[in-house]
Design a protein around this ligand. Structure first.
Ligand code: HEC
Length: 269
């Protein structure tokens, strides 16, 4: 068997070899550092002037030796050596920890396991488990349907001017490419060959329930793709409100205008 096979064919052996080699290299490095230290023990490790300054700074007995001239490098030696030994010990123990981290007792998702009777490492979810943040228990808000399963013709939250303004902005982003900004269905994409959607201004679409339009945005309809991923739930409802505003704008009569404002219309019917 060639070396290539040993290394690539037996991953475990190869990993052990690499680990042993790296431990050896770091240990050798430390030992040679210690030897070098020992060789320099006879000499001053720092220049004499620096030592004098150090002695003054550390100054444990600056009062006893006010001149600071007689400080010798000797007391420093044992400190250096014991630090090196501590480092060596730390290096040896830390490399051992590292190996533990490499061989974690864990399962890669969906790997089989002999530990449980069903042979799976994953545990089946307990019935009724809901992913965090996905409870969605407000049926009306999330499905547009009532308890009877029928599309609602109300809104799950009050529709204010701000909601309609938000709906207009989102509609112009997401729906106008096909339905165009007036809802007639002559959007840019349609003019370039996409299937023509029905105009919003027909009785058929006017009669659709709010919850149904919400569902069309959420799940798509026929040739129309769904927008659940792009448009958050509350924005979908805001768009529904704006579709209603668009429909009203094309199909309102004078009677829809409050009596006190009718004079401002300048005779429009
Ligand atoms: C890529 C083009 C496209 C976009 C974008 C688009 N639609 Fe449509 N829409 C269509 C087409 C095409 C149909 C008709 C589908 C069919 O009949 O197969 C349609 C149909 C509809 C209908 C009528 C459903 C029915 O039962 O007749 C509604 C309501 C609607 N779209 C609302 C929206 C809203 C709201 C948006 C924006 C969130 C939107 N659409 C974005 C292409 C689009």
């Amino acid at each position: 068997m060639r070396l290539k096979h040993i290394i690539f064919g037996h991953r475990l052996v190869a990993r052990a070899l690499v680990r042993a080699a790296s431990t050896l290299v770091s240990t050798l490095g430390l030992i040679s550092h210690c030897l070098r230290l020992r060789r320099s023990v006879g000499r001053a490790i720092l220049p004499a002037a620096a030592f004098r300054r150090l002695g003054c700074l550390v100054g444990q007995d600056a009062i006893l030796r006010p001149d600071c001239q007689s400080v010798q490098p000797d007391p420093v030696r044992p400190v250096r050596l014991s630090a090196a030994i501590a480092l060596l010990l730390a290096a040896l123990t830390l490399t051992a920890c590292r190996q533990d981290m490499h061989d974690q007792p864990r399962f890669i998702p969906l790997r089989p396991s002999g530990f449980f009777e069903d042979g799976r490492s994953e545990r089946p979810l307990i019935e009724g488990t809901v992913a965090r943040g996905h409870l969605n228990d407000d049926l009306a808000l999330y499905t547009g349907r009532g308890p009877d399963g029928k599309p609602l013709d109300t809104f799950p939250f009050p529709v204010t001017k701000d909601v309609v303004a938000r709906g207009q902005e989102r509609f112009n982003v997401y729906c106008s490419p096909c339905h165009d900004r007036t809802g007639n269905g002559d959007g840019m994409v349609v003019r370039r060959g996409y299937r023509h959607p029905p105009s919003y201004h027909t009785d058929q679409i006017r009669d659709l329930a709010n919850g149904y339009i919400f569902d069309v945005i959420t799940n798509g309809f026929g040739a129309m793709p769904d927008y659940a991923a792009q448009i958050p739930v509350r924005d979908r409802w805001a768009i529904v409100a704006y579709v209603r505003a668009l429909q009203l704008s094309e199909n309102a009569s004078v009677n829809d205008v409050p009596a006190e404002d009718r004079s401002k219309l300048g005779g429009a019917k």
